[in-house]
Design a protein around this ligand. Structure first.
Ligand code: GDP
Ligand code: IMO
Ligand code: MG
Length: 418
């Protein structure tokens, strides 16, 4: 029996989908514990590219059960679309998806609210913030409410009236809502048979010595408590989200994998100390195909921020790191790594000391030689150029966490064990 968790160590899009898919061998259950359709997890298998938003990445492995935990906010309409896409690729999802009764539901109202206000921090517009805030206000609609579609329709209407009464949105923002609500109710009816007691399922799996893989969405720096607030998502992508979002005790986790890109990206607004507004930033964006998998927005790019990465390792207790997209750095003459921050002329002791005034820090860089070699076809770590190995070792030192694997391309086979 083993429980492995895969968590994004930066601002999301680290390549979690690829890594979850890679670690799926002999796994019985893959479980998501937070987030919703804001996630976009890409898995490349030969000529097929799958982008999963709410369905855990284990769905591509025959026989794996996929759990959507109570810490998630689920959009039935988007989920129904995802099921159709999987069916079009001949992926059988029948009986393989279990949705927690306690998960909260994203309705068209939440999406309309997010579309109206989300631009302030650059959200994905998927209704995530409004749904989590209804949950915290204790007026949320839950997955269990999908068992009675008539009642669900009444709850949606009640929420709409409350919003209009409280001036949360105007009629203009709600146009097109009628049709969307109809689609929503139809989709809710379709996914309702997937409701289950996911806590019992997970604990039975533990008792039966099964292998569980936990799939994080977003990343540590987007965590509503531990990230760069207010430029964050509304859930807990960090390890703590697993216990509340799945009802799984943290001491059951054997392996805690932090996924980090070999550089840094961020989508949406918010401070980004190592951001590159120059030619190198463009090279990273082009070579890394850094375009949002959910919204199609270009991702901002910059050097690896080891101050932030060390913090992510500390607060999560990652037992190992998997480094992705090393190949994107292949052509660079030199590569910079941010090893410290300064504020004014003073050095900053660590990320947490600066997290609340990150706009004001100056990154201090160390420069390492590039390897100027195509790594995408390499088959073993021994074939990695010395400079690439030196870069990996240096990141390992700075994060104070071992790097167990390095990814050199989107395909499963493009992964090197260290
Ligand atoms: P996630 O949200 O963390 O699952 O990451 P995304 O899927 O949003 O973005 C990662 C992108 O990088 C996807 O297009 C992947 O196919 C791709 N990718 C993953 N690993 C590698 C890698 O090692 N090299 C390259 N070049 N692309 C990769
Ligand atoms: P995956 O799982 C990257 C960002 C948005 C925005 C902020 C809040 O693919 O790594 P939200 O819609 O959650 O209220 O937006 O969080 N964001 C992501 N950035 N990857 C993601 O998911 C993200 N999910 C949300 O761009 O800045
Ligand atoms: Mg993504």
């Amino acid at each position: 029996m083993s429980v492995t968790a895969v968590i994004g160590g930066q601002w999301g899009d680290e390549g979690k989908g690829k890594i979850v898919d890679l670690l799926c061998k002999d796994v019985d259950i893959v479980a998501r514990y937070q987030g919703g359709a804001n996630a976009g997890h890409t898995i490349q298998i030969n000529d097929n590219t799958f982008v999963l938003h709410q369905v855990p990445s284990g769905i591509l492995h025959h026989g794996v059960t996929c759990v959507l935990g109570s810490g998630m906010v689920i959009d039935p309409s988007a989920l129904a679309e995802e099921l159709d896409t999987l069916a079009a690729h001949n992926i059988d999802t029948d009986g393989r998806i279990q949705i927690s009764y306690g998960a909260h539901i994203v309705t068209p109202i939440h999406k309309a609210m997010d579309r109206a206000t989300g631009h302030i921090i650059g959200t994905t517009g998927r209704g995530i913030g409004p749904a989590y805030s209804d949950k915290a206000r204790r007026i949320g609609i839950r997955a269990v409410d999908m068992l009675d579609i008539g009642q669900l329709g009444q709850y949606v209407l009640k929420r709409l009236k409350l919003g209009i009464q409280q001036g949360e949105f105007n009629q203009e923002q709600l146009k097109d809502l009628h049709g969307e609500v109809e689609t929503f109710l139809y989709a809710a009816h379709r996914v309702a048979p997937m409701l289950a007691d996911t806590i019992a399922i997970l604990h039975q799996a533990l008792a039966d010595d099964k292998n569980i893989l936990i799939e994080g969405a977003q990343g540590v720096l987007l965590d509503v408590d531990l990230g760069t607030y207010p430029y964050v998502t509304s859930s807990h992508p960090s390890v703590g989200g697993i216990s509340t979002g799945l009802g799984l005790p943290l001491q059951k986790i054997d392996r805690l994998v932090g996924v980090f890109k070999a550089y840094t990206t961020r989508v949406g607004s918010g401070p980004f100390p190592t951001e590159l507004d120059d030619e190198i930033g463009k090279i990273l964006q082009n070579k890394g195909a850094e375009v949002g998998a959910t919204t199609g927005r270009p991702r901002r790019c910059g050097w690896f921020d080891a101050v932030a990465a060390r913090y992510a390792c500390q607060v999560n207790g990652f037992t190992e790191v998997i480094l992705t997209k090393l190949d994107v750095l292949d052509k660079l003459d030199t590569i910079k790594v941010c090893t410290a921050y300064e504020m004014g002329s003073k050095s900053v002791p660590g990320f947490s000391a600066a997290a609340h005034s990150l706009e004001q820090v100056t990154p201090i860089y160390e420069e390492l030689p590039g390897w100027k070699t195509d790594t995408t076809g390499l088959k073993s770590v021994k074939q990695l150029p010395t400079e690439a190995r030196r870069y990996i070792r240096r990141l390992e030192e700075l994060m104070a966490t071992p790097i167990s694997q390095v990814s050199i391309g989107a395909e499963r086979s493009q992964t090197l064990a260290l």
